[in-house]
Design a protein around this ligand. Structure first.
Ligand code: MRU
Length: 355
C-alpha cells in the first residue's frame, strides 16, 4: 500500500515499460491509496463496472489503455485473427457501464485504428494501438487543463462553489473537469470555498471530492445532499460546477444521480449552473435526454453499503439509478476545452462539431 498525495499522481495511465493499465483503486479511497496494474480484459471490465476506475473521462482513458494492454498479450498473427479478437474484447469492454459515452467513444477511436489498417500484422497494430491509447490519455490532460482555464474566467477569487459527485482529478487523468477551474485557480493563489455534496449512495463527494480538494489545499465543507438548498439560501454559493457522463445534442445532460435536483435549486436561488464538459462527452448521435440509457445499480448500495448492519427492512423495493438527466433549460453554460458555450446549445454544438 502506498500513501501519497493523489494530486501528484495520474489517476489512470499506462506503465510505458510493461504496457499495463495503472489505476488508483477509487473504492479504497480515502483510507488507502492502492495502485492496480491490469492487463486482462476481465479484470479491466470488472474495474470499470465496480468503480475502481470511475468518472466519464477516466473510464474512457482506462478503456483505451486497457484494450491495448489486453491485446498486447495476443500472438503476433496476421491481421484477421488479431482483428477478430480485438473487436471481441472491444464489444465486451463497451458493455461494462452504459451511461458514460466516453467508454464507447474511446473504444471507437481504438477500433478505428484497427479498421483503417487492414493488411497490417499484429505487431504493427499493437504499436499503433499503443500510440493511440497514449494520445487519448495525453489529450485528456490537455482538455482538462483547458476546461480549468476556461472555467476560471467565470469565477472570482473567494467564491463559494457547490459541486456534486466527483468530477475532479480522480475522475480524469489529471485536473478533472468540474474541479479543474478550482485546481488551476489554486495554482495561481486564488482561494475558493467548495461545498461538496456527499453524493448518495456511493459517496463520491464525501470519499473522493472532499479528499482530493483537501489534498490540493482547497477549503472544503462537506454537506449531505439534502443540505444544498440550505447553503444556497444563505448566499454561500456563487456558482455550481458539475461534470457530465453524456450530453445530448440538445444540451440535456446525464450526470450523477442528484445533479438535476441541484440544477433546479440553483435556478430557484438564481445561481449559475455550469456543466464542465469535454467534447468527448457530447454525444451528437443522441438527440435528447430521454434517449440516454441510465445505469441501474444494486439495491445493496442503498440498503447496506456503509452501514454496520443493514438499515432498511429486508425485501423493501429499491430504486437505484446511478444518473439523472438535467434539462438543458436549467444549464447556464457548458465549459468545454473550446470555450464557454451558452444557449441555445443545439446550434452551438452543431457549429463546434462541424469544424
Ligand atoms: O458513477 P460515477 O462515479 O462514474 O459517476 C461520475 C459522475 O457522475 C461524474 O460527474 C462524471 O462522470 C464526470 S467526471 C469528470
Amino acid at each position: 500500500m502506498e500513501r501519497t498525495n493523489i494530486m501528484l499522481q495520474d489517476t489512470v495511465t499506462m506503465d510505458e515499460r510493461t504496457g499495463e493499465l495503472v489505476i488508483i483503486d477509487q473504492t479504497r479511497l480515502p483510507g488507502e491509496t492502492v495502485f492496480l496494474r491490469l492487463s486482462g480484459a476481465e479484470e479491466i471490465h470488472r474495474a470499470i463496472r465496480t468503480l475502481q476506475v470511475r468518472g466519464a473521462p477516466a473510464i474512457g482513458v482506462a478503456a483505451a489503455i486497457g484494450i491495448y494492454a489486453a491485446c498486447r498479450r495476443l500472438p503476433d498473427t496476421d491481421y484477421e485473427p488479431f482483428a477478430r479478437e480485438f473487436f471481441r474484447i472491444r464489444d465486451y469492454l463497451a458493455g461494462a457501464r452504459p451511461t458514460a459515452v466516453n467508454l464507447v467513444w474511446a473504444l471507437e477511436r481504438m477500433g478505428r485504428v484497427v479498421r483503417e489498417n487492414p493488411g497490417r500484422g499484429a505487431r504493427e497494430l499493437k504499436a499503433l494501438l499503443r500510440a493511440e491509447a497514449l494520445e487519448i490519455r495525453d489529450e485528456d490532460i490537455r482538455v482538462c487543463r483547458s476546461i480549468g482555464e476556461n472555467g476560471l474566467t467565470l469565477l472570482r477569487d473567494g467564491d463559494g462553489i457547490l459541486t456534486h459527485c466527483n468530477a475532479g482529478q480522480l475522475a480524469t487523468t489529471r485536473y478533472g473537469t468540474a474541479l479543474a477551474p478550482i485546481h488551476v485557480g489554486r495554482e495561481r493563489g486564488m482561494r475558493f470555498h467548495v461545498f461538496t455534496d456527499e453524493t448518495r449512495p456511493l459517496l463520491q463527494g464525501a470519499r473522493l471530492s472532499a479528499y482530493e480538494l483537501a489534498a490540493d489545499g482547497v477549503e472544503t465543507t462537506l454537506i449531505c445532499d439534502n443540505m444544498a438548498s440550505s447553503v444556497m439560501a444563505r448566499g454561500w454559493v456563487r456558482a455550481v460546477l458539475v461534470g457530465c457522463d453524456r450530453v445530448a445534442a440538445n444540451g440535456d445532460t446525464a450526470n450523477k444521480i442528484g445533479t438535476s435536483g441541484v440544477a433546479i435549486l440553483a435556478r430557484h436561488y438564481g445561481i449559475p449552473f455550469y456543466v464542465c464538459a469535454p467534447l468527448s462527452t457530447v454525444d451528437m448521435a443522441c438527440p435528447d435526454g430521454g434517449s440516454i440509457e441510465i445505469e441501474q445499480r444494486a439495491a445493496e448500495e442503498v440498503t447496506e453499503l456503509w452501514y454496520e448492519k443493514r438499515m432498511a427492512p429486508e425485501g423493501v423495493e429499491v430504486y437505484n439509478p446511478a444518473f439523472d438527466v438535467t434539462d438543458a433549460a436549467l444549464i447556464t453554460a457548458f465549459i468545454t476545452e473550446r470555450g464557454v458555450i451558452r444557449p441555445p446549445f443545439a446550434p452551438a454544438f452543431q457549429r463546434l462539431f462541424a469544424k
